[in-house]
Design a protein around this ligand. Sequence first.
Ligand SMILES: *Cc1c(COP(=O)(O)O)cnc(C)c1O
Length: 395
Amino acid sequence: MSIYVDNAATTKLSEGAAKIMIKHLSETFGNPSSLYTIGQEAKEVLEQAREDIAKIINADQREITFTSGGSEADNQAIRSAAYFGKRKGKTHIISTAFEHHAVLHTLDHLKGEGFEITLLDVHENGIVTADEVEKAIREDTALVTVMFANNEIGTIQPIREIGAVCKKYGVIFHTDAVQAIGHLPIDVEADNIDMLSASAHKFHGPKGTGFLYARKGVPLINIIDGGAQERGKRAGTENVPGIAAMAYALKDAVDNMEKNNAIIIKKRDALIEGLSEIPHCALNGDRDKRLPGNVNFCFEGIEGESLLLLLDDKGIMASSGSACTSGSLDPSHVLLAIGRVHDVAHGSLRLSLSEDITDDDVKYIIESVKEVVEYLRSFSPIWRDLVSGKKQFIL
Ligand SMILES: *Cc1c(COP(=O)(O)O)cnc(C)c1O
């Protein structure tokens, strides 16, 4: 038995994307900046990918800059908007407490450079409201950055409404859409988005490839200096095979979104229902406004790490939260942001599904998690204290 349910960490490269990648690795090896024919052939592949991606999110191709992934796109977007604002005396930035570290750590750096950061509360359900964003906006607000969907608990933010508020006050709106793109419909015009980060490996494309959408009029600063690639906004020879494969994977994901989501949502709901039967557990994040493939639970009285290791023994590949925090003993900043106390936050499990999951997989996962949670509780000192009444149950 081998079930991969960690698609929020990364997805398997699709066969189609792999084929495209291999083709361009060998056939279209020219440098897109070279003027002779094979260079120009690579340039054509690059520009076709740019056009295809732009069309999918309803942007202009000149508004797409290719990057090495979501982290770089987040860094470039946030720094660009921050320095653009600073030139006009605006040094205030609004974000949320449960952003990806690519956003939070960039904001930390900017704080050190004199910017003032407001991190909005995301409440117990893991959702910030447009109203709260509006209340936080000031004369000197340069940027609002709110993720489209959270990578740990899957909650979907009211992006269109937040974008509308930003538009009303003339504040740049960036969204880290890495978890959403290819899984939820996105239209940068209708959704009032000025800047958007995306990463190919979260929608069955290759790792190390992503893009930043920046609306015309929002000037980008360079994170990487060098040659004049990407209209002078991102130096370095473009990853042509990766970019072509990303465009293919995104189109494939969007074309099949409805069909895939119908399957995934059914399995997600079955998993939530089955796992809810475990005593003293709780679903993390809003029950309905969540990504089709996200299941995230806390189980009281156990350690998430041990749960993962025992599930791995059973062939189930899952996560306790984000890949970035595994290996550290700190509980997830996302679970703390929605008000889980340390003890409870430690006992978390994230299952992130893709369309290949079967009913048998779902059944097996539910049985396995039930069995492992019961087993771990059987010798957990915390669980003993809870059962004996020495400690109060929280969940
Ligand atoms: C994965 C992820 C990133 C980082 O993307 P990389 O391409 O791995 O750098 C950023 N934000 C979110 C929400 C993510 O899930």
